[in-house]
Design a binder for this molecule. Structure first.
Ligand SMILES: NC(=O)c1ccc[n+]([C@@H]2O[C@H](COP(=O)([O-])OP(=O)(O)OC[C@H]3O[C@@H](n4cnc5c(N)ncnc54)[C@H](O)[C@@H]3O)[C@@H](O)[C@H]2O)c1
Length: 419
């Protein structure tokens, strides 16, 4: 039996990640319909994933007003459209594989949660970290008591200077009016994983952060508005767009992030996109306003403390964590895929997570495992221990909303319950 999935928003996530899984699970997954205003994307859905032409919609209305075509609607549009489509899809009979954030608006998140209960729908928010071998191993260690009772955690997400520039200065998630605060957009994953790892609820948060670098006042002298217009700093600026994107092509990467610029990532097409599109803009002359660094303090209900830092000024896109418990310490580096277990009474141990799985594609193996567990849930009624419910996903969002409000109020402590 196959799970039938309709993809709404056929971009990087909808088409290139979730629809592509049809190749990975040919006996379990079928893509039966697609919605996207871009006819080129729909053509690709037909050619690559055999979606019938008559079930490809540039206009969402006939899709939602017609009969329910699938078990699951995968909602992978940009953030501000999640609410409308999630509500319509649940009403029409679909379970949801819903990209994060649930919505940039708290009340819309709550309405989606309520509708999920009202219509008895699964709403699986794509918190991909939960499904990675790295975090699964950490969870297993914690459950086995390797650290004793968790007392404190230091966690960080280094966004990567190039990823910050690509997504949060030049790209889709640069401006809060069009998308969501970065702490929600990027770090609802981190809050979700911290809640899941500890198995605790969050009582209070406070947060600080701002946009330090990527603004006009920091533009180097003589920098043009576009990197392709002969910038005098092109050899020294780390954000010089042609060097980065053409460099990716030279290294043989034709996928993300290069395929965000153009669906045919040749040198000529990428250069054309840099000359005319958003990704060729000087990072100091963009219409961005989201932060480039933010730190959040969390106090859990039992007094456990967590400090979490998200920062755009790192070389790699890497998450690190240090969990301090009554009986020992766990440290993890997701880039190295290694975990160090340091019991206070006993031998230290180093775990190479690379040996625990043979698939670390897409978010450290999280994308594929997420789909595997969604298939198990929908086809076999088997909910894995790690799969999220919408109620659990909401908690990470409440923390993010509270953190953002705290940041905007100079770090005032927020009671999460009030959100
Ligand atoms: N889980 C994760 O780790 C993760 C990673 C990246 C992005 N995301 C989330 O996934 C979502 C999609 O991001 P993306 O990178 O795929 O973006 P994208 O821009 O590549 O794709 C969005 C798609 O939506 C289509 N679209 C635009 N208007 C539409 C409409 N009215 N109806 C239907 N489709 C429409 C666009 O044509 C495009 O194909 C976002 O919410 C983002 O936050 C999640």
């Amino acid at each position: 039996m196959k799970m039938r999935m309709a993809v709404i928003g056929c971009g990087s996530r909808g088409k290139d990640t979730y629809a592509r899984m049809q190749k990975q699970f040919p006996d379990r997954l079928e893509i039966v319909a697609a919605v996207d205003p871009d006819p080129k994307k729909l053509l690709e859905m037909q050619e690559h994933y055999q979606v019938p032409a008559e079930r490809c919609y540039t206009d969402p209305d006939p899709f939602f007003s017609g009969p329910c075509l699938a078990d699951v609607a995968c909602i992978a549009t940009l953030d501000h459209l999640h609410y409308e489509y999630a509500m319509k899809a649940m009403k029409a009979g679909y379970h949801l594989l819903l990209e994060k954030p649930i919505s940039p608006v708290k009340e819309e998140c709550q309405a989606i949660q309520e509708a999920a209960h009202q219509y008895h729908r699964h709403v699986i928010v794509c918190h991909v970290l939960r499904y990675t071998p790295f975090y699964r191993k950490l969870k297993e260690l914690l459950v086995s008591g390797a650290a004793g009772e968790v007392v404190s955690i230091q966690a960080s997400e280094g966004v990567g200077y190039w990823h910050q520039a690509h997504s949060f200065v030049r790209g889709n998630w640069r401006n809060q009016k069009e998308t969501s605060p970065m702490i929600l957009q990027k770090c609802c994953h981190d809050f979700d994983i911290l809640l899941w790892l500890t198995g605790k609820h969050c009582r209070r948060v406070s947060s600080f952060g701002d946009l330090r670098l990527f603004k006009e006042s920091n533009a180097p002298k003589g920098a043009p508005k576009r990197c392709t217009d002969g910038c005098p700093q092109e050899h020294t600026c780390p954000y010089h767009a042609p060097r980065y994107y053409l460099g990716q092509l030279e290294q043989g990467n034709h996928d993300w992030p290069v395929n965000v610029l153009t669906s045919e990532p040749t040198k000529e097409k990428v250069l054309e996109a840099l000359r005319t599109g958003p990704y060729g803009r000087c990072v100091y002359y963009c219409d961005n306003d989201v932060v480039d660094h933010q730190t959040v303090n969390l106090e859990m209900e039992d007094g456990t403390t967590i400090d979490f830092t998200m920062c755009g000024f790192t070389k790699e896109n890497v998450r690190r964590i240090r969990i301090m418990g009554t009986l020992g310490e766990l440290e993890g580096d997701m880039e190295q895929n290694r975990i160090w277990v340091r019991p206070f009474a006993g031998e230290d141990q180093e775990i190479d997570v690379n040996t625990l799985s043979d698939d670390f594609s897409g978010h450290g193996g999280g994308d594929v495992q997420l789909m595997r567990e969604v298939l198990d849930l929908i086809l076999d009624g088997k909910a894995s221990e790690g799969i999220t419910t919408v109620d659990q996903s909401m908690e990470s969002h409440y923390i993010a909303f509270a953190a953002e409000e705290s940041r905007l109020e100079n770090g005032r402590t927020m009671e999460v319950q009030a959100f």
